[in-house]
Design a protein around this ligand. Structure first.
Ligand SMILES: Nc1nc2c(ncn2[C@@H]2O[C@H](COP(=O)(O)OP(=O)(O)OP(=O)(O)O)[C@@H](O)[C@H]2O)c(=O)[nH]1
Length: 296
């Protein structure tokens, strides 16, 4: 498993300090803060991993960065979207996962406004990104886009904030509405478990909510780095399990279709044979009844 981190300096007017802004958002023409991709200094810094090389030849929008990409030379990219109220710890979780400590970075590279992490494993890449919390009204498109493009969703709430737990439920309902027919992995995360005395949402409530909403559930503490690796590995596993079962289903279906088409061929042959016989029978019947004016 190798990790990549790409950073770039961006205008911060649209975002809170800790909010990472995905490259996708940045590359949208006309969007506030949007910049041409080639102007970004972040991608050359991806060079720590052998699997990042093909990115140089990628098209410039992330619309084409999909696991269904027809370009087989490029690894699969899975987009994991982190949703949740401001302040619940989304950025902290992603930062931890990427193994980034701000203090480890040179002063000039410290840019809390921008952050993306790529998680590369077995030729696959998982891109975690979160929605900027204070987007202007006209940028509702990005929220809608997030709801459409994720291959998996991590809905984070703080166990010390019941309001964020309720927001998590609403987000789950919204996701269910937008991605109704799809079997996408959703993980409900209760963060800040280290703040034991301030707990407002019990583990049982979190678990019950996950059962009701048919998603996975885990409690984490970004502060204590508890369950963070389990969370992100779990996300990748969920994506793979669904992908594998989808592929197995597709294989089963194509086998079934092949079998069915063989059966159909035999049936067509038999039908033709029966029809020929039926014509002879019909002719015989007609000739027998030709004297009966009461029948055809
Ligand atoms: N005690 C404790 N504090 C945490 C934990 N996770 C995050 N925090 C703190 O909570 C605050 C908000 O964390 P962020 O990671 O910025 O939260 P966010 O959801 O990304 O917030 P926005 O960027 O506003 O969307 C920061 O001060 C973090 O240090 C945790 O597990 N335990």
């Amino acid at each position: 498993m190798t990790l990549n981190l790409h950073r770039g300096s961006l205008p911060s007017s649209q975002r809170r300090a800790s909010t990472p802004l995905p490259a996708l958002y940045r590359s949208r023409p006309g969007a506030p803060g949007a910049r041409p991709v080639q102007a970004e200094p972040c991608h050359p810094q991806l060079g720590h991993s052998s699997s990042c090389e093909p990115k140089a030849s990628l098209p410039e929008t992330r619309d084409s960065w999909s696991s269904e990409s027809s370009d087989s030379s490029w690894e699969s990219l899975y987009r994991v979207v982190l949703l949740g109220d401001p302040g619940v710890g989304k950025t902290s979780l992603v930062n931890l996962f990427a193994g980034v400590q701000e203090k480890d970075l040179p002063e000039q590279q410290r840019d809390p406004d921008s952050f993306d992490s790529d998680f590369h494993e077995s030729g696959e890449s998982t891109d975690f990104f979160e929605e900027p919390p204070d987007l202007p009204e006209e940028d509702n498109w990005f929220h809608n886009y997030c709801m459409q493009v994720g291959n998996a969703y991590v809905i984070v709430y703080s166990i010390t904030d019941r309001g964020s737990f309720e927001s998590a439920s609403e987000l789950r309902i919204e996701l269910r509405r937008t991605r109704q027919a799809e079997n996408i992995p959703i993980i409900l995360v209760g963060n800040k478990t280290d703040l034991v005395r301030c707990r407002e949402v019990s583990v049982e409530e979190g678990r019950a909510c996950a059962v009701v909403f048919d998603c996975k559930f885990i409690e984490t503490s970004a502060a204590l780095q508890h369950n963070v690796t389990e969370l992100f590995e779990g996300v990748v596993r969920q994506i793979r399990l669904r992908r594998d079962s989808k592929e197995a289903n597709a294989r089963r279906m194509s086998l079934y279709k092949r079998k069915e088409s063989l059966t159909k061929k035999v049936r067509r042959f038999l039908d033709r044979l029966v029809a020929r016989n039926n014509k002879k029978v019909a002719l015989r019947v007609r000739s027998k009844s030709c004297h009966d004016l009461s029948v055809l």
